[in-house]
Design a protein around this ligand. Structure first.
Ligand code: GLC
Length: 449
């Protein structure tokens, strides 16, 4: 696969294909491990390669991602692939600790010291960071011909007031994992509506083949907003009005959707009350341990679920779009992280060179294969190896590209906390309408101001 972005940056070297960089990395590690040196360096999370004189030093802060490889290893591969720039990687908490990652970045960026030079950001922070003047506009470095190589929706999500203030990295969307063997066992098809899901989950629970019917994420955290966007949109509702000036969280459709979530615990009993304190990983674990029929989660779960060393249900897992209400349409929340360059960086050229490499087709393919995160370049979706290892990605391409965004506003940090707290209270107390009325009034006061 060719790197369509090489040569964009004046004076930048063409970047070596990632596979080649990784070979070098592997050989070097083998050598270092032989001498007993690498183990210590890796345990401390420090890059294996010593800094080389004459290189431009930049820092890169990102949430922690995990899979068959770590972000530190990918950054290390870049350091070895060229000789002009050295990147020091600063690891933040995982994306499920969204509030903490956001706080760490805001504290750094607001100082305007230029550190970190490059960062990754959740798709929901792009407007805030751009609005505050913390993110460098990237239009001149990634021109229209480069931008056209990414899905238009991800470029739109990276654009604030007509400026490209972020660069697409990966696209995430919620999806429904199910146990193929359990569904076949009762002659059921993957559900299309929430009613279908309830009926199938109950039948499987009744047969004694699974403790839980449906696992989702109800913890008072960012992921609750994601689950909420999906269930509300699948009933034709929304969180904000079309003009973004007022909340619609207490409309009939939204209330019915939240009632459905509460009912999964108290009425249909397809979900354990533990879901109210679970985010992604705690909800994923019982599923891959074979205890549940259905799970709502992101794409990273697929690789784990199909890996016999990590899962007791490998080979028995299917993925389909999430169900919808009768008369509604399936909806997936738009997630994913994107790259950003600190507006105060003193090392623009080095930052752009690094991002050119990080966003290249070869690196995107590597992230998809090793970390299970979906490319933002259509051509990478077509890769044969990806089709073999992660077939659901191509099958669900329209789910990724048609995902529903969370409210797009520079005030998202305040809006999300109001949603998380209000919806969490609604689910815990069962006073759905009253709590959503209160949360909606708060949301309106934030976005109307
Ligand atoms: C995933 C999504 C991200 C979302 C987070 C919530 O990492 O990619 O957009 O905010 O989950 O936990």
């Amino acid at each position: 696969m060719s790197d369509g972005q090489s040569g964009l940056v004046p004076g930048a070297e063409a970047t070596a294909p990632l596979a080649k960089s990784l070979d070098i990395l592997t050989d070097r590690r083998k050598f270092l491990l032989g001498t007993g040196l690498a183990a210590g360096a890796l345990a401390l999370g420090r890059p294996v390669r010593a800094r080389a004189a004459g290189r431009t030093e930049i820092t890169f802060a990102s949430a922690k991602f995990f899979g068959k490889e770590t972000m530190a290893q990918v950054v290390d591969a870049y350091n070895q692939a060229q000789s002009k720039v050295h990147v020091t990687y600063v690891e933040l908490p995982p994306p499920s600790s969204s509030t903490e990652v956001h706080q760490a970045l805001v504290q750094q960026l607001a100082r305007r010291t230029g550190t970190p030079d490059v960062f990754t950001q959740d798709v929901v922070w792009i407007a805030e960071f751009a609005g505050a003047g913390w993110a460098l506009a990237l239009d001149q470095y990634f021109d229209a011909s480069v931008r056209s190589q990414f899905f238009p929706g991800t470029v739109a999500a990276c654009t604030y007031k007509d400026k490209l203030t972020a660069l697409p990295w990966y696209v995430d969307s919620g999806m429904l994992y199910y146990r193929t063997d359990l569904l076949e066992g009762i002659g059921a098809k993957p559900p299309e509506t929430w009613d279908d899901l309830v009926a199938t989950a109950q039948a499987i629970q009744k047969s004694g083949k699974a403790d839980f019917g449906y696992l989702w994420q109800g913890k008072q955290a960012e992921v609750l907003v994601c689950d909420l966007v999906e269930v509300i949109a699948s009933n034709g509702g929304s969180i904000l009005s079309a003009d973004g000036r007022s909340g619609t969280l207490n409309d009939e459709k939204a209330v019915a959707a939240v009632q459905f979530l509460a009912d999964t615990i108290n009425k249909s009993k397809i979900s354990p009350s533990d879901v109210l304190s679970w985010d992604e990983e705690p909800s994923r674990q019982p599923f891959t341990a074979g205890r549940a029929a259905f799970l709502r989660n992101w794409s990273y779960v697929y690789g784990i679920a199909q890996d016999p060393s990590a899962s007791s249900v490998a080979g028995k897992v299917g993925v389909v779009p999430l169900p919808h209400f009768a008369g509604g349409k399936s909806a997936a929340c738009l997630g994913g992280y994107q790259y950003g360059v600190n507006a105060a960086t003193k090392n623009r050229e080095a930052a752009i060179d690094f991002l050119t490499w990080m966003s290249s087709p070869a690196t995107q393919l590597h992230f998809a294969l090793q970390l299970g995160i979906a490319p933002t370049r259509p051509e990478v979706f077509e890769d044969a190896q990806l089709g073999k290892e992660q077939p659901f990605m191509k099958q669900l391409k329209s789910v990724f590209t048609g995902a529903t965004p969370r409210p797009v506003t520079p005030k998202y940090a305040q809006v999300t906390l109001a949603i998380q707290s209000g919806v969490s209270k609604a689910l815990v107390t069962g006073n759905i309408k009253a709590e959503l009325d209160a949360a909606n009034a708060k949301i309106t006061s934030i976005v109307a101001a």
